[in-house]
Design a protein around this ligand. Structure first.
Ligand code: NCD
Length: 304
């Protein structure tokens, strides 16, 4: 695999992560003043699943750097409908763009496509697998609000299907982080992820209840139950609404707690929490632009 494909956060060392976050901080100061960085660069967007933040922040980032995007558009109006394979589509679009962003419902899809294309490929979510660029903006947000050293983080919700969780948990093994996973039993971390985290030396504890750990947390990372990944809708209904936070739940939390969510939220965080000092999820979503600018700038400069 080319070093500049980004498929999985396990590819990233602490130095790699810090380089992107440091550069992102420079872009964040005044994102509109970097239009001469990559004036003719084109980013190919291949989204086989819904996306608002990831797609729009990649697009904003590329345009802020002076470039533009070419978008495959909705699957229904592309040649995918005619039966074209993912690999063929990617090989065609790499001829139109300097880098590709792929989101696809199948776990492993980005890894597979990375073996067919020469331009850098960024995994923007492969099923329940990974979502590394989300992790970089998550780490940026954590670093800005809580710091990445001596961190105690609670990660709550759908740990089984949540790709943002898997990517974040692996990346945090580069830092001194103690990770508390909170979920119903049926949505605990997949065994393979738990095993890999253990091998990576992660400090991991698993809980079914938030109360016991909440007071000790610096960051609470809440996730949506990934309804679209449940083989059985009834199974989803049994769990939906079980893990919600509101102002009452937060009574025992530190005033300095940083509450994050990759968004979209459904009902995991009551809107009344939005006005607290602790709520950082909209800021987190906005951090997607400078972080993706930093990543694209790095990849496109490698080719110069
Ligand atoms: C996440 C995803 O697509 O995995 N969204 C995002 O990119 N911010 C989280 C989710 O859909 O729940």
């Amino acid at each position: 695999m080319r070093h500049d494909h980004l498929i999985d956060t396990r590819q990233l060392s602490r130095e790699d992560i810090e380089a992107v976050l440091d550069r992102a901080a420079e872009f964040a100061d005044d994102p509109s003043s970097f239009g001469d960085r990559h004036p003719s660069a084109l980013l190919g967007l291949m989204f086989y699943e819904p996306s608002t933040r990831t797609k729009m922040s990649f697009e904003t980032a590329m345009k802020r750097l002076g470039g533009d995007v070419v978008d495959m558009g909705p699957v229904e109006s592309s040649s995918v409908k005619k039966g074209e394979s993912l690999a063929d589509t990617a090989r065609v679009i790499e001829g139109y763009a300097d880098a590709l962003v792929l989101r696809h419902p199948s776990q492993g899809s980005s890894k597979l496509v990375s073996e067919f294309v020469d331009v850098p490929l960024l995994n923007a979510g492969d099923g329940a697998g990974h979502h590394p660029t989300q992790t970089l903006l998550d780490l940026y947000t954590i670093r800005e609000n809580a710091g990445l050293d001596d961190l105690t983080i609670g990660i709550m919700g759908d740990l089984k299907y949540g790709r943002t969780v898997h990517s974040l948990a692996h990346a945090l093994t580069n830092f001194d982080a103690s990770q508390h996973f909170v979920s119903p039993e049926s949505l605990q971390l997949p065994r393979s992820v738990r095993y890999d985290l253990h091998e990576e030396g992660a400090q991991v504890r698993e809980h079914t209840d938030l109360d016991a750990v909440l007071p000790s947390l610096d960051v609470l990372y809440v996730t949506r139950i990934q309804r679209e990944r449940f083989p059985d809708e009834n199974e989803y209904r049994e769990i939906a609404g079980e893990y919600q936070i509101d102002r009452e739940t937060l009574a025992s939390a530190s005033d300095d707690l940083t509450i994050m969510h990759p968004l979209p939220r459904v009902d995991e965080i009551a809107p009344e929490v939005d006005d607290t000092e602790q709520a950082k999820y909209f800021e987190q979503a906005h951090n997607g632009v400078p972080v993706r600018m930093a990543l694209l700038d790095q990849l496109l400069s490698n080719d110069e």
